[in-house]
Design a protein around this ligand. Structure first.
Ligand code: WT7
Length: 658
């Protein structure tokens, strides 16, 4: 896992404040007391199959009922709701059309230049049907993978739902990734069609997208890709390849607004989403139809305690799992109104978020700690200019939130009246795993509090034994759950190794290792302490140090590279790269610049190192493993503590210190 196995998990955080749900909030919530939450936990523990079976029957529409709730006979490969047939696009759209929800807003979209589009459930259903029919005319069949490389526009959500409707798994690639990164994902997933846009608007800039698709497909690199569907968003001129490229507005608008949802097996693939791990290339995390649907649906309902009139806004990008589960599938499956925003706060409009909350009377707001810290830095005078009285609930996701930012969020954005839910989860878990329930859980700033019903989370040592109170350890989940990833696309062994066989309890049982460190306090609260593997969390974006290292080494000047995270007040972690150069190469400003932009081209701007340090050699063990622990300490400007006796050459350390 880590390049040197001595992982030390320390925690210094001491936080005593407790915020108990007000009577008013508790009384108006579905789960209105800690007792009630506890009863659900007990019920799920005593009879998991009964608990999940009932939930699945109650919360989803089935074309055909399932025969078996869980098949865990071949761990770690789980099968949920076997024999059942359903469709998430049907659950998100069609089933709401027979009720008053038909004319309720499903999606409110705000473009960066200020253009607004809204879709009722009926309208969204029609658009999705048209897009689904368009995909069919491009030859997409059940089981074919469709890649999306899109800005935050309604067509992104429409395309996802259209794919799901016809049983074509989607693979959404974040629009901020480079052509190279896109190409890797297209090849790995064997995509048949790519849906993109000419470009998108981001922070006062027009970002081109279609040219990156062209570059990714150049020289027949992705031979499986037969067609490209392009949304016109920015009106940039783009090149069109005859026979391959199609305009969305030409192809989709002429389709019938009716396309029956394909009857999907519970375990049919719904999507693949790539995420970084500690080794090798990004992993294609596979989620399947019914279990994921149930998990996104139920967690959304529990955590946001969604009500008929709520206007809910999650600021994530659909290129990440948060966008999948909590912009598109969770909210729509529940018949909620979900807001989607193309832009981001920027110097020319630092109040952009608050303006949107005021304008659309948003009631639930879900964002990342990194954003909160940035707002905090520019002061409360900006949010104070807006009327945000509509808000009733706040959420955070993506990285640990420091108590100061939590309190600021609660007081300044939430007017001291809105509960804050700090939700811990991952691409792999499909939906939230550890989180307060707003009407039930007393919160402590900085703690994600308790696992949701049915989730047996724990903090353990290398042998899978629970650690003592307040002692750091590995965060694990001890039982399968419906939203769990099913495998790594094309690499089941990697799924086993990375998640289920890293920690093996003495009794031989399978436990899921999340890659995070955590501790539990004397009240049983979970405190997530960040990654313990070689994954760096930059502003809630997950990057593997290996990937950045490979990108650096692919530059002709670089001989070797080691990349680590350094604590950063705003971004959570910053990227620090240690490189050794090829003989004859000299360090200068231009080279550092080149290396940064090279990483940008290989992966995307988010992966550009904040700092690059060149040295003659890197600290290695005698077996040749780079000791990242030492580099992490150096990057953070800390004393190198712990055992350094395994270092092959101690003078390297002294040189690096200089
Ligand atoms: C990693 C997963 C889950 C959607 C966004 C990120 C970190 C996530 C929290 C939280 C502390 C958190 C973990 C996790 N993380 N939420 N509330 N508190 N850390 O998804 O890209 O798969 O990253 O994000 O380190 O392992 P992801």
């Amino acid at each position: 896992m880590s390049s040197d196995s001595s992982i030390k998990i320390e925690s210094v955080l001491q936080e005593q404040r407790i915020f108990t749900p007000s009577k008013e909030i508790a009384d108006s919530s579905r789960i209105g007391s800690f007792d009630e939450y506890q009863q659900m936990v007990d019920a799920a523990k005593t009879d998991p199959e009964g608990f999940w079976g009932n939930a699945a029957r109650k919360e989803l529409h089935w074309f055909q009922p399932f025969q078996k709730v869980l098949d865990w006979s071949n761990p770690p490969f789980a099968r949920w709701f076997d024999g059942g047939k359903t469709n998430i696009s049907f659950n998100c759209l069609d089933r709401h059309l027979g009720s008053s929800k038909a004319d309720k807003n499903a999606l409110i979209w705000e473009g960066e230049p200020g253009d607004v589009r809204t879709f009722t459930y009926r309208e969204l259903h029609q658009e999705v049907c048209r897009a689904a029919n368009a995909l069919k005319t491009l030859g997409v069949e059940k089981g074919d993978l469709v890649a999306l490389y899109m800005p935050m526009i309604p067509e992104a959500a429409i395309a996802m739902l259209a794919c799901a409707r016809i049983g074509a798994p989607h693979s959404v690639v974040f629009g901020g990734f480079s052509a190279e990164a896109l190409r890797d994902r297209l090849i790995d997933g064997e995509a048949k069609v790519v849906i993109t846009a000419d470009g998108g608007f981001r922070k006062d800039k027009v970002v081109p997208l279609k040219p990156a698709v062209d570059a990714a497909l150049a020289d027949g690199a992705c031979s499986t890709v037969k067609s490209v569907l392009v949304v016109k968003r920015t009106n940039q001129t783009v090149e069109f390849e005859e026979g391959r490229d199609n305009w969305w507005h030409e192809l989709v608008s002429i389709q019938e607004a009716d396309c029956p949802a394909e009857s999907m097996d519970s375990e049919d693939r719904l999507f693949v989403l790539y995420t970084s791990g500690s080794t090798g290339k990004p992993k294609g995390v596979v989620h399947t139809t019914a279990g994921y649907n149930l998990w996104a649906h139920l967690t959304f309902k529990w955590i946001f305690d969604i009500k008929e009139d709520d206007v809910y806004w999650c600021t994530a990008d659909v290129g990440w799992i948060t966008g999948h589960s909590y912009i598109v599938y969770g909210p729509l499956s529940n018949g909620a109104t979900t807001v989607m925003y193309e832009g981001a706060p920027r110097p020319s409009n630092p109040g952009a978020f608050w303006e949107l909350i005021q304008k659309h009377r948003i009631t639930i707001f879900y964002t990342a700690p990194t954003a909160i810290r940035a707002f905090m830095k520019s002061g409360r005078s900006i949010p104070d200019q807006y009327d945000m009285n509509s808000l009733r609930l706040l959420g955070t996701v993506g990285e640990p939130i420091n108590p100061e930012a939590w309190i600021w969020y609660r007081d300044v954005i939430g007017g001291s009246r809105c509960p804050v839910v700090d939700t811990w989860w991952q691409t792999e878990t499909g939906g939230v795993m550890i989180s307060p329930l707003p009407g039930a859980t007393p919160t402590k700033p900085g703690s994600a509090t308790f696992p949701l019903p049915g989730i047996e989370a724990d903090v353990v040592d290398m042998n899978g034994e629970s650690v003592q109170t307040d002692e750091g350890g590995y965060l694990v989940v001890k039982n399968p759950w419906p939203g769990m990833m099913r495998t790594v696309h094309g690499n089941p062994q990697r799924f086993r190794d990375s998640y289920w066989e890293y920690l093996r309890p003495l009794d031989g049982s399978y436990i899921y290792f999340a890659g995070d460190g955590a501790r539990r306090d004397s009240d049983g609260y979970f405190w997530i302490m960040g990654r313990v593997d070689d994954v760096i969390n930059v502003s809630g974006h997950r990057l593997g140090s290996m990937e950045i290292e490979s990108a650096l080494v692919s530059h002709p000047a670089v001989s070797e590279a080691a990349v680590v995270g350094r604590p950063d007040d705003l971004k959570g972690e910053a990227i620090v790269a240690f490189v050794t150069l090829e003989t004859g190469r000299v360090v200068n400003e231009q080279l550092i610049k080149d290396l940064r932009s090279h990483v940008g081209l290989e992966i995307g701007p988010i992966a550009k190192p904040d700092e690059i340090k060149c040295s003659d050699a890197l600290p290695k063990t005698r077996s040749g493993k780079i000791m990242r622990r030492i580099l992490r300490a150096l990057a953070a400007g800390e004393e190198v503590s712990g055992d350094t006796s395994t270092l092959e050459d101690r003078s390297v350390l002294d040189k690096l210190r200089e």
